[in-house]
Design a protein around this ligand. Structure first.
Ligand code: C2O
Ligand code: CU
Length: 484
């Protein structure tokens, strides 16, 4: 099995033959480790079958594919990778969700100089946390990620739970034109002031979804990563009834879903899916009201893989995250403002069947920077619309202090809010404690929602704090938190 292979020397580059182990939807992983030859991630132009095998579309990707190589490494083992820039513009790699040293965080001008065309940069860090992470550029990410530059980074537990298959699904959403090519207009102000660049073509691992075929009594670990610029997924698994074991890579008390799984841009979830009796299932995306669709079929058939079902999944071993000390926490208010007001059209945006805030879409008050011409506003964090990656920190904190951010979404739109260099606990939503106090690095806020998060600021440096709807980020919805 793959686990046995990994348990071997620990440093193996698996070729195409490994695909068979992963089955439908699986990808051959790259396994890197301390004494492996440097893993090279070459960013460049390539093509991908976004709309089917016979419809290769020009994209940007790492090592000629979208997603880039599935990197699987071991928790606590030194990792390094060389970024080669084969693009015609500057780029970087950000290791989303990984608590890396600041200099390895991949934020141009803030943590490193941007990597020029034909230049390279060596990233090296030792991952502290096991889990499902991903990598992507942080330079003009609304276009670079939007054209396909991203890949999965799986940090394996020392003793992973027993599963028959460990699958990664990177979800993406593309805007293709009538010729089946990627539409231009990245970063348009229209997209930026509304829901971001929502597309018309959904892919799983850079391809249209294909049915996932499984056998009775099979157990699958499904790692979902939302790599879309702007699309929020609300996944309804029906009778598949998965158990959520991790969110944003961090273990969570295993639980079954009572509502659709909300996955904003950059967010991840690890699910355990036990297939029982032979039948067909469908995973549906129900986020945008009136635009529900089948994301993927899951077909259970054939001989049972084992005589009986496996027992309920156990919790994953916890990661070494410092527990926030709430009584002594430094509390800060964060107000997200801006965006288009008072013009709701049928293209999605904040339409959602389960609007937990319950407030009307039109009722948002003007926050921050005030009206700009044509009824447009920039996005703001505490009244400031930041451009570029270098700004005065909104918060400066001494290393080791607990920060409690009391965040209010004073806009008519959804925002997945991401903090670099740390994971935080989500303490409350609209004043109600969360059930699982989940660790996240990206928290999805509904229109008018208030969310409290807390974390120990133990990683020194200047850290980006921004909306992961990449058009919102580019239009000012970002800030910096400094840990001294
Ligand atoms: Cu996934 Cu600041 O990024
Ligand atoms: Cu946003």
């Amino acid at each position: 099995t793959r686990r046995a292979v990994l348990a071997g020397s620990g440093v193996l580059a698996l070729g195409g033959g490994a695909a068979a182990i992963f089955g439908a939807g699986g990808r051959a992983p790259v396994v890197a480790g301390t004494d492996t030859d440097n893993l090279v991630l070459k960013a460049g132009k390539t093509s991908a079958p976004l709309a089917g095998e016979n419809a290769e579309v020009p994209v940007w990707g790492y090592n000629g594919s979208v997603p880039g190589p599935e990197i699987r490494i071991r928790q606590g083992q030194a990792f390094e990778a060389m970024l080669d820039n084969g693009l015609d513009e500057e780029t970087t790699i950000h290791w989303h969700g990984v608590r890396v040293p600041n200099a390895m965080d991949g934020v141009p001008h803030l943590t490193q100089p941007p990597v020029e065309p034909r230049d390279s940069f060596r990233y090296a860090f030792t991952p502290q946390d096991a889990g499902t992470f991903w990598y992507h550029p942080h330079q003009r990410s609304f276009e670079q990620v939007g054209r396909g530059l991203y890949g999965p980074l799986i940090i394996e537990e020392a003793d992973p739970p027993q599963v028959d298959r460990d699958l990664v699904w990177m979800l993406d959403d593309w805007r293709l034109n009538d010729q089946g090519q990627i539409s231009g207009g990245f970063g348009s102000r229209h997209d930026a002031m509304m829901a971001g660049r929502i597309g018309n073509t959904i892919t799983i691992n850079g391809k249209p979804s294909a049915p996932l075929i499984a056998r009775p009594n099979e157990r699958i670990r499904l790692r979902l990563v939302n790599a879309a610029n702007a699309r929020i997924f609300g996944l309804d698994f029906g009778q598949l009834d998965p158990v959520v074991i991790a969110l944003d890579g961090q273990p969570v008390e295993p639980h079954r879903l009572t509502d659709p799984l909300l996955l904003g841009p950059a967010m991840r979830a690890d699910l355990i899916i036990d297939l029982n009796d032979p039948t067909e299932h469908s995973i549906r995306d129900v986020f945008y009201e009136g635009l529900e669709y089948d994301l993927s079929a899951v077909i259970c058939k054939g001989e049972p893989i084992r005589g009986a079902r496996l027992p309920e999944p156990a919790p994953l071993p916890s990661n070494p995250l410092p527990e926030p000390r709430l009584p002594s926490a430094k509390r800060h208010q964060i107000l997200f403002g801006g965006g288009m007001m008072g013009m709701m059209s049928g293209d999605g945006g904040s339409m959602m069947s389960r609007n937990r805030s319950g407030s009307g879409m039109m009722e948002g008050r003007m926050g921050g920077s005030g009206m700009m011409s044509g009824g447009m506003m920039g996005w703001t964090v505490n009244g400031v619309s930041a451009t570029g990656h270098v700004h005065d920190p909104i918060i400066t904190v001494a290393r080791g202090e607990t920060l409690l951010l009391d965040m209010s979404n004073d806009t008519a739109w959804w925002h997945p809010i991401h903090l670099h260099g740390h994971s935080f606990r989500v303490l409350s939503r609209n004043g109600r404690p969360t059930r699982y106090r989940e660790w996240q690095d990206t928290v999805l806020m509904a229109p008018q929602e208030r969310v409290e998060i807390a974390f120990v600021a133990d990683n020194p440096g200047d850290w980006m704090f921004h909306c992961h709807i990449l058009e919102h980020q580019a239009a000012g919805m970002m800030a910096t938190i400094r840990v001294n």
